[in-house]
Design a binder for this molecule. Structure first.
Ligand code: GAP
Length: 441
């Protein structure tokens, strides 16, 4: 059984991963703040993604586009007209639901009658400058993708790229979801990790398959259990307005199989939509085409888009890593996170905090390690408690300094998952962890 999201929410709060936003004022519905451990883990997820899709490939560039964009972007991308969900209201309790998430015309909360569905645009609006009128209206981007499309030529020409190549971007996106919830699974402010991969028309189907496989394996490589991950083809009536085909990567949460990433074949929809040659586009000043040196023709590339949510992906990693075990008659909660994702890599613990020589040696080891691997020092409890605390936050290794260490200059290294302990020379600790973590620190 997948662990209940409530258990993960509670651990995240208790251990400094994720807090309710604006909590001292009663919170703000479904918004969350990533605490000291949460921000570390989230950065690790983003770094692991960036490394896999940018550094470890020859065909990718990175980008960090602005959240606020010219309003025409959202008109011609189709979002102003079609980025909407059907909304129904309960005439009795006044609650709102997505029409596709309720059955029939009865309120699931109070049994009252529901209104007819009406379309509700999910884009957040704000105003640019001091005047709050229609001409100053801007949107908070609902996907990072459009920042990539409108920079297609900038990146392609400055980096002298030939097809196929891709652009990767990580950043915030905003959607005024009708029914946010399930912890960080569906929120109104979230982060996306998106790739737009530009290919020659006709090669798009092959590249689509390749990206599905590549992205699916990324989760497995980072430790997600195979039985908790699946691919699901979207049916034609589910497809977004721009997509020819989409496969979702889904994780088995306690709320059921749910999308953590979608890989879409967006065809040439967006590049065409933003081009001045598009008869319906009265505002663009560029044609987003590519000059193919092999055929001496200008073509509009097709686009394969692997689009993942940082928050959902992180939630899946947390859920998958969560284990409750019985050790010598006691419950042990352990996050068996991949060591690349763990927020803290090493904890250095003195066995006795009232022995200055032990404390001093432990602090020295911590200082020595901190330049190569994220390390903490903790002496705020008995060794058993300290181990449990590190297990619960997923720290892969603990280094313990004890009385014997003062004599033989050796320390104990404890493995989080097996709880096995080895003794090594204190001056070998840094080399040991450099080997354990490689460059993934
Ligand atoms: N550019 C394509 C696009 O945005 P999407 O399926 O709407 O596609 C991609 O979103 C990913 O973004 C999803 O797979 C999910 O992980 C994440 N995501 C979307 N809406 C979200 C929300 N309200 N809260 C958290 N994550 C969300």
């Amino acid at each position: 059984m997948p662990v209940d999201l409530e258990k993960i929410r509670s651990l995240c709060k208790r251990r400094g991963f994720i807090f309710p936003s604006s909590e001292i004022y009663g919170g703000l519905e479904s918004t969350w703040d990533y605490g000291p451990l949460g921000v570390e883990m989230k950065n690790n997820v983003k770094r692991a993604w960036w490394r896999a899709v940018v550094y470890e490939r020859d065909d990718m560039e990175g980008l960090d586009a602005a959240i606020l964009m010219n309003r025409w972007v959202w008109k011609y991308s189709g979002h102003e007209d079609t980025f909407s969900d059907p909304l129904v209201d309960c005439r009795e309790c006044k609650r709102r639901f997505r029409a596709d998430q309720v059955q029939g015309r009865t309120c699931p909360e109070c049994g009252g009658e529901l209104t007819e569905p009406r379309m509700f645009n999910l884009m957040f609006k704000t105003f640019m400058g001091p005047v709050e009128d229609e001409s100053a209206l801007v949107y908070l981007r609902p996907e990072t993708a459009q920042g990539i499309f409108v920079n297609f030529l900038n990146v392609q020409t400055t980096m002298r790229r030939k097809l196929p190549f891709g652009i990767a971007q990580i950043g915030k996106a905003f959607r005024n979801e009708i029914t946010p919830g399930n912890f960080t699974f569906r929120t109104r402010e979230f982060e996306q990790m998106e790739i737009e991969y530009f290919v020659k028309p006709g090669t798009d189907e092959e590249w689509f398959e390749r990206w599905v496989e590549e992205r699916f394996n990324w989760y497995l490589r980072l430790g997600i259990r195979r039985e908790n991950l699946r691919q699901r083809e979207q049916s034609p009536d589910e497809l977004a307005h721009y997509a020819k085909r989409t496969i979702d990567i889904e994780y088995l949460f306690s709320i059921g199989w749910s999308e953590i990433e979608g890989i879409a074949n967006r065809t040439d929809f967006d590049l065409r939509a933003h081009s001045k040659s598009n008869p319906e586009n009265a505002h663009s000043i560029e044609n987003l085409t590519y000059f193919d040196p092999e055929t001496n023709e200008h073509i509009t590339p097709y686009v394969i888009e692997p689009s993942a949510g940082v928050d959902r992906t992180m939630l899946a990693f947390l859920v998958d890593a969560y284990h409750e075990e019985e050790v010598r008659g006691q419950k042990r909660v352990v996050l068996k996170l991949h060591k690349e994702l763990a927020p803290i890599k090493v904890a250095v613990l003195p066995l006795l905090r009232n022995r200055p020589e032990i404390v001093e040696m432990a602090k020295r080891i911590k200082r020595d390690l901190q330049s190569v691997v994220h390390t903490v020092y903790d002496d705020t409890g008995s060794i058993g408690r300290l181990y449990r605390r590190q297990d619960e936050i997923g720290t892969p290794f603990c280094v313990t300094v004890d009385v014997q260490s003062l004599e033989d200059q050796q320390v104990t290294i404890r493995d989080r998952d097996t709880m096995e302990q080895i003794r090594i020379a204190a001056d070998q600790v840094k080399a040991y962890f450099l080997e354990q973590f490689g460059c993934h620190i």
